[in-house]
Design a protein around this ligand. Structure first.
Ligand SMILES: Nc1ncnc2c1ncn2[C@@H]1O[C@H](COP(=O)(O)OP(=O)(O)OP(=O)(O)O)[C@@H](O)[C@H]1O
Length: 371
C-alpha cells in the first residue's frame, strides 16, 4: 500500500472539477423490419422499413472528479449504450458529452489517454498472448515509459494477485483472473477516469472482494473518478457514494445509496435462531412493533402492508413474519430503526445462537424504483 502511495500523483488540482458532463444525451437505434414469409431473409436485406429503438432518452448529469458513481437499471435499460456514448465508442443521436472538458467523439486520442474502460463481457487483452504480452502492447500503444510500466504492474500484481497467471495465455484464464488482468490493463496508462461495465459479473465471492478492494484504493487513495454499471447491489453499497438509476432509457433517480433505499423502503429480513427458545414480551405478541427506538408500543395498522401483503416502509419498526419454537424471522424497517437496535431487541427475548440477514434483492429494489 505504501508503494502504491508513491505512485499516487494527484491528477486533479481542484477537488470539485467536473470529470463527466452529459447534456440531453439521446441514442436511437434503427433496425430493419424483418420480412415475413418466403425468401424473408433475402427480402429483409433490401427492406427500406425500419423500427426505431430509443435506447437512451434525454439523459443529463455531472460527475465531479474523484466521485465513485454507480449506474444501475434492469436489462435493456440503456446502461451500456450510455457508457459507449460517454467513452466515444458510440455517437449520440443528440446531446453532448464532455470528459474533463473534452469531447470524446471529436478528440478521441486526447480522451483515450485520460480514460480507462472495462467491459465485463469482453476483454481488451490479446486472447493467444500471455497476459504480460498484452501489457507490453498496451504500454507501447499508450506511450507508457518502461519504468512507469514496470512500477505500475508491480503494484497491480500485488493488489490484484496477477503473479499467478503472468505468463498464461489470456484464453486459459478463469473469468476472475481475466477480469483482474483487464482492470490492470485499463489502468496501465494511469487514466483519471475509469468506466466499468459489469466488472463483477459471474465472479465468485473472493474475486469480487479482490476487485472491489482494488477499485476502492483507486478511488480513495488515487482520486480516480469511477463510473460503474452493475447488477450487483453489493458493488453499489460497498463502493459508491452516489447512484444513478436508468429505466427505459431515462434517468429515474440520481442521489445517495441511502436515499435510494429510503425511497424504496423495503425492509431487511433477519432470521434469529435461539439456543433455548425465546419468550416474546407480552405486549409484543401482536407481531408488529412500533418505531421510535422499539419502545414496545404496539401497532396493528393493516395499512402498513401494501396490496401484495408486503410490509411497507412506514409505520413499523420490526415485524415478525414467521416463527418456529427456536427461530424468529422478522422484517426490520430501516427507516424507523437501525439493524443493530433491532438485533439488540431480539437479544432480549432469548440467547441468540445464529443470525442470518437478507437484504431486498437487487431486482426487487429496481422494480420498486419504477413503481
Ligand atoms: N446496436 C444496437 N442496435 C439496436 N438496438 C440496440 C443496440 N444496442 C442496444 N440496443 C437496444 O437498446 C436498448 C438498451 O440496451 P443496452 O445494452 O444499453 O442496455 P443495458 O441497460 O446495458 O442492458 P443489460 O443490463 O442487459 O446489459 C435495448 O433495448 C437494446 O436491445
Amino acid at each position: 500500500m505504501e508503494k502504491m502511495a508513491r505512485l499516487a500523483v494527484p491528477t486533479f488540482e481542484s477537488e470539485r472539477e467536473t470529470a463527466i458532463e452529459a447534456v440531453g444525451l439521446c441514442k436511437s437505434f434503427k433496425t430493419p423490419v424483418v420480412a415475413q414469409g418466403r425468401f424473408s431473409g433475402i427480402r429483409s436485406l433490401f427492406s427500406r422499413e425500419y423500427t426505431t429503438k430509443e435506447a437512451v432518452r434525454d439523459i443529463g448529469f455531472t460527475v465531479e472528479k474523484g466521485d465513485f458513481v454507480g449506474y444501475i437499471g434492469p436489462n435493456g435499460a440503456g446502461k451500456s449504450t450510455t457508457i459507449k456514448m460517454l467513452t466515444g465508442i458510440l455517437h449520440p443521436s443528440s446531446g453532448s458529452v464532455k470528459l474533463a472538458g473534452v469531447d470524446p467523439h471529436r478528440d478521441r486520442l486526447r480522451c483515450a489517454s485520460r480514460l480507462g474502460v472495462v467491459f465485463g463481457q469482453r476483454s481488451q487483452l490479446w486472447w493467444d498472448l500471455p497476459v504480460k504480452g498484452s501489457y507490453d502492447i498496451l504500454a507501447h500503444m499508450y506511450g507508457v515509459e518502461d519504468t512507469d510500466k514496470v512500477r505500475r504492474l508491480g503494484e497491480f500484481a500485488e493488489l490484484l494477485d496477477l503473479d499467478e497467471f503472468w505468463n498464461t495465455p489470456v484464453r486459459k484464464l478463469s473469468l476472475g483472473q481475466r477480469m483482474r488482468a483487464d482492470i490492470a490493463a485499463a489502468m496501465l496508462h494511469d487514466p483519471e477516469l475509469l468506466f466499468l461495465d459489469e466488472p463483477t459479473i459471474g465472479l465468485d465471492v473472493n474475486a469480487k472482494r479482490n476487485i472491489r478492494g482494488f477499485l476502492k484504493i483507486l478511488n480513495e487513495q488515487f482520486g480516480k473518478t469511477i463510473l460503474l454499471t452493475t447488477h450487483d447491489m453489493d458493488d453499489i453499497e460497498q463502493l459508491c457514494r452516489r447512484v444513478m438509476v436508468i429505466g427505459g432509457g431515462r434517468l429515474t433517480y440520481d442521489g445517495t445509496v441511502d436515499g435510494l433505499r429510503r425511497e424504496i423502503g423495503l425492509p431487511t429480513e433477519i432470521k434469529v435462531t435461539y439456543r433455548d427458545g425465546y419468550a416474546l414480551p407480552e405486549q409484543r405478541a401482536g407481531l408488529t412493533i412500533a418505531g421510535a427506538g422499539l419502545n414496545g408500543e404496539h401497532t396493528q395498522n393493516e395499512q402498513e402492508r401494501d396490496s401484495e401483503g408486503r410490509a411497507t416502509a412506514n409505520g413499523f419498526a420490526m415485524r415478525i413474519v414467521s416463527r418456529t419454537d427456536s427461530a424468529l424471522t422478522v422484517e426490520v424497517n430501516r427507516q424507523e430503526v437501525r439493524t443493530m437496535d433491532a438485533l439488540r431487541e431480539l437479544g432480549h427475548w432469548g440467547e441468540i445462537e445464529d443470525v442470518e440477514m437478507r437484504e431486498p434483492d437487487f431486482e426487487e429494489v429496481i422494480r420498486r424504483v419504477y413503481g
